[in-house]
Design a protein around this ligand. Sequence first.
Ligand SMILES: Nc1nc2c(ncn2[C@@H]2O[C@H](COP(=O)(O)OP(=O)(O)OP(=O)(O)O)[C@@H](O)[C@H]2O)c(=O)[nH]1
Length: 246
Amino acid sequence: MTNEQVTSILEGKIQLIETAEGALYLVGPIKLPVNLKGRTVHFHWYCWLDCKEATDDFGRIIEKLISINLAEFQQSSVLAYGDFAEADEALIRMHSICHTGDIFGSKRCDCGFQLKQSMQMIADHGAGALFYLANHEGRGIGLFGKALAYILQENGYDTVDANLRLGFADDSRDYRDAIAVLRQLRTKPVTLITNNPKKLEALERAGMNVAGRRSLWGDQSEYNKKYLQTKIGRSGHLGESSCNND
Ligand SMILES: Nc1nc2c(ncn2[C@@H]2O[C@H](COP(=O)(O)OP(=O)(O)OP(=O)(O)O)[C@@H](O)[C@H]2O)c(=O)[nH]1
């Protein structure tokens, strides 16, 4: 197969999304059968690359990738389900990466539970998307930063103060790229799965039509009790008893 043939196969699967800083190259949909609690659920997977250069010459972008060590950087992705573009109602989750919770199943937080539960909620609902935001680790302080913060937490600091004492912001997550991708995939209203009002605000500020919110609490234990209390007490998360408005 020639380079031209390879490029022409890929071209039909790449979309250019221009941003204020350059462009996002969105590749997909790619078929992704997923094991959800023993049942095979068929998602449509997309991944995006953030670049300074905006061009529709995708062959050039693909050629450039060889000289970049992509694995050293984080790329985010989205798992869409059902007729995500057109369904009247769609559930979305903006999930911040949590290496310890999502991959290792750590019980210090509720992230692993939220990841699996939101995928299940989306599949049960019939249409939706889970955005897996890979540059959000530790609410934006990175994995190494989170490891340092954990040590401070083992010495009495809560989640917020541990970040602050290290000189980081408590929460520096940015949702702009994810929202740009969401807009590309769906313009109809969305219902957001979250307990965090800042995520709702980010979507509304960007002009997205937010139809409602579904809360997501669970897997509470002695190990994450303080973490969950701090989310409500200091980070402004809406508690379990707050109403869903969808
Ligand atoms: N800095 C720091 N980050 C943590 C800690 N535990 C989990 N995280 C990160 O917190 C992020 C998830 O944020 P949360 O505040 O738990 O929840 P949220 O995403 O704001 O809100 P929901 O949508 O309701 O889940 C993930 O990126 C985790 O890596 C911690 O102890 N310290």
